[in-house]
Design a protein around this ligand. Structure first.
Ligand code: A2P
Length: 335
């Protein structure tokens, strides 16, 4: 990493893009220049970086001249079109979309779990799905010492995962609901205020799982380097602005207790225990919002498994930070 870095953000005006700018600033990322790109709609807008306004430019084929590191968060089709151009221009790409994640030669990295996967990259590094990052980062310290063979996750996913427009839809539809006004949803497929619904991705007719659920299964296996990990996910969109929560039940190969899990997670990187049964204080998306750490609590034995090998817990993590921008900037720091 060098202070001569020229860093580009593609999708700088989006929900994740704005957090990428903030993470680079807060973590004092060494760079000589930051260039912001978005669609033609945003050309000329300014966004603040290190106390000065930076002008957003339209993304074009020539945008990557002189760029060393390009952080992409503008959707899979933009990544498919422009990430190879960025690599050809000499940049290393950290891509937040799903475009390249499952390609064998593309590292899929959570720095707390598999930083070694970066070695030998071919120019594109994939940032994992937010639900996958938030679900499995707290499980890695356990998996390392007592392999997790089976994982059942049920997500409570925030609006931010569907972008800035979905966050606005949550605010606007809630206002309309409280005012007794009709609201026609534009971004998400169902009414969002005071409601929840199955994740807004396509269902695979062969399996019955939606794309988000399939991503969590496949990405968990790739990041853990454990293709035999058994995973069943249920992904639900809830009316929360920016932090995902996940109810997780996992089965280890050997017996395990809640006390052992607490001890393993106490000093684990990227994780914070919030587990206070006396005060009934556990991870909440409001507390996780704006925090780098994934909050973990409700750690208890899964009583449905008499062998003593299963644990249930609950996590909340900021989708825009550890679920997206922070993880991408951590990858860029490793580069
Ligand atoms: P814009 O704001 O100009 O539409 P979000 O995930 O919050 O919806 O944000 C998506 C980001 O991706 C925005 O910054 C958006 O820019 C950007 N984007 C969308 N389509 C393109 C495109 N074709 N080229 C460049 N940037 C794009």
């Amino acid at each position: 990493m060098s202070s001569q870095n020229v860093v580009a953000i593609v999708g700088a005006t989006g929900a994740v893009g704005v957090e990428l700018i903030r993470c680079l600033e807060e973590r004092n990322f060494p760079l000589a220049e930051l260039r912001l790109f978005a669609s033609a709609r945003s050309a000329g807008k300014t966004l603040p970086f290190r106390g000065a306004p930076l002008t957003v430019r339209e993304l074009t084929e020539g945008s990557f001249r002189g760029v060393n590191i390009a952080l992409f968060s503008a959707g899979a089709s933009t990544s498919r079109q422009f990430a190879p151009l960025a690599v050809r221009a000499g940049a290393t790409v950290v891509d937040n979309s799903s475009a390249f994640r499952m390609q064998a030669e593309v590292p899929l990295v959570v720095p707390e779990i598999n930083p070694q996967a970066l070695r030998g990259h071919k120019g594109i590094i994939a940032n994992p799905n937010c639900g996958a990052i938030i679900s499995i980062t707290p499980l890695w310290p356990i998996h390392k010492v007592n392999r997790i063979a089976r994982l059942i996750v049920s997500t409570y996913q925030s609006a931010s995962g569907a972008g800035a427009a979905a966050m606005e839809e949550l605010r606007e539809s809630t206002r309309a609901y409280l005012d007794g006004r009709e609201y026609a949803n534009k971004v998400l497929p169902h009414p969002y205020a005071f409601n929840l619904f199955s994740h807004n991705t396509r269902i695979d007719p062969a399996t019955g799982y939606n794309e988000e659920e399939t991503k969590i299964r496949e990405e968990a296996r790739k990041i853990f380097g454990d293709p035999d990990l058994r995973v069943a996910a249920t992904c639900i969109r809830v009316p929360v602005l920016r932090a995902h929560s996940v109810s997780i039940t996992f089965e280890c190969e050997q017996p395990i207790t809640p006390a052992q899990v607490r001890a393993l997670l106490e000093d684990a990187p990227g994780v914070k225990l919030v587990d206070d049964p006396e005060r009934n204080h556990f991870p909440m998306p409001r507390d996780a919002s704006g925090q780098d750490a994934i909050l973990v609590g409700r750690i208890r034995q899964d009583l449905s498994d008499p062998s003593g090998r299963s644990i249930a817990l609950f996590v909340s993590g900021d989708q825009l930070l550890k679920g997206a921008a922070l993880n991408a900037v951590q990858i860029a720091e490793l580069l």
